[in-house]
Ligand binder design. Sequence first.
Ligand code: CP
Length: 305
Amino acid sequence: MCKKSLVSITDYSKEDILRILNLTKKFDENPNRRLLEGKVCATLFFEPSTRTRLSFETAVNRLGGRIIGFSDAATTSSSKGETLKDTIAMVNNYADIIIMRHHLEGAARYASEVSAIPIINAGDGANQHPTQTMLDLYSIFKTQGTLDDLTITVVGDLKYGRTVHSLIIGMSHFNPTFNFVAPEELRLPETYKNFCDSHGIKYHEYVDFSPEVINSADIIYMTRVQRERFTDLMEYEKVKNIYILRKDMISETKENMKILHPLPRVNEIQQDVDDSPKAYYFEQAKNGVFTREAVICDALNINVD
Ligand code: CP
């Protein structure tokens, strides 16, 4: 496997995370640097995206690099039956780094094993979304002044939400307390609860999105119910409106509390919450550009100073 690929957030140690966050701060202060001149970055999106693809492409453009790629696999030869292995081999001929989103869990790991150039996982099925986690950690640090000892209330689709799975692992270095709020059907998979147990991470599970859970949080991390992961759409219909955050529900929350959401939002945060100083999800998405500048430079061993 190429050493500098980022497939899972477990590829980063605590020191790596802190180093990337430090780099992200530098790009936040000055995003326009000609560090990728002469480099070609490929964005291969086999699944839809707005933020991840556009923020990666903005990051490359701000750093003076060039972009090739696709946002719709139907326009590529994979629709004729070309294998992922062959597609990766071809793009190895053209680019210096591959940023890839795929609907299959494990696709990014497989790509990293057959690629000679770094693979950055931009989301693989319900599995992992490590660059989202890096921008989430940066957003938490920027708003809280620390990553340590925070109470994080994670709400919604904890079963299929890959950003939740990566966030739990990413935060595990910083002594968090998690409140996991989900209906029975969308509870956090055992594997992530086992991870919490084996790493001494405190967590509580709830079905009710109660005032106690809301008011004790430093961060409320809302998520969308992932319709595209359900095999039975009747099951989706049962849970799609289960948690909706309204403005009146955050009136007694902690002064420092911020609401995050990886986006896209459907209806789980009412639009009148957007005006609250506690709503941080649009700034969170903006932080994605700085974070992805840092991740790309790190993967390509480019010295930012
Ligand atoms: N947060 C996120 O992954 O958004 P997109 O699906 O729009 O890329």
